[in-house]
Write a protein that binds this ligand. Structure first.
Ligand SMILES: [Zn+2]
Ligand SMILES: [Zn+2]
Length: 138
């Protein structure tokens, strides 16, 4: 699998960010490096998404780098999105995959792509806002 320079730059930008980025945010950080048009970014993102290297999060209209690249291929991807800090954790639930797999077979539905987006607060943000009872009242 070979990537063009533009695709590598876009991928590196997403990797460095650690949080989801919109196509325009990616364009902003790559301006001056030969990438000036949104279409260049969209084309690179489209290719990277096809390869499974990045995923598009519909609810945020943003992209994240797949982590890790090999584990989520062909499975239902789930993303826990923290609304407070923007952190996104990608994970795969094997039992969910198994369940959905048999449903798809029974109902003869050909799955194109599937992404489950869970919105809420990450462990770090929960702890900051809701300290345990013992530490609050003393
Ligand atoms: Zn992935
Ligand atoms: Zn958070």
């Amino acid at each position: 699998m070979r990537l063009t320079t533009n695709q590598e730059r876009v991928l590196a930008t997403l990797q460095q960010s650690g949080t989801p980025l919109s196509a325009y945010k990616i364009l902003d950080s790559l301006k001056g490096e030969g990438l000036n048009a949104p279409t260049q970014i969209y084309r690179a993102l489209g290719h990277l998404a096809k390869q499974g290297l990045v995923h598009r999060l519909e609810s945020l209209n943003a992209y994240v780098k797949c982590a890790p690249p090999t584990s989520c291929k062909g499975s239902v991807r789930a993303f826990a999105i923290c609304d407070s800090c923007g952190r996104v954790d990608e994970f795969v639930v094997p039992s969910l995959n198994k369940y959905l797999g048999s449903w798809l077979k029974q109902n003869v539905f050909s799955l194109g792509s599937s992404i489950i987006e869970l919105r809420g607060e990450c462990a770090i943000c929960c702890k900051l806002e809701r300290p345990s009872k013992g530490s609050v009242e003393k």
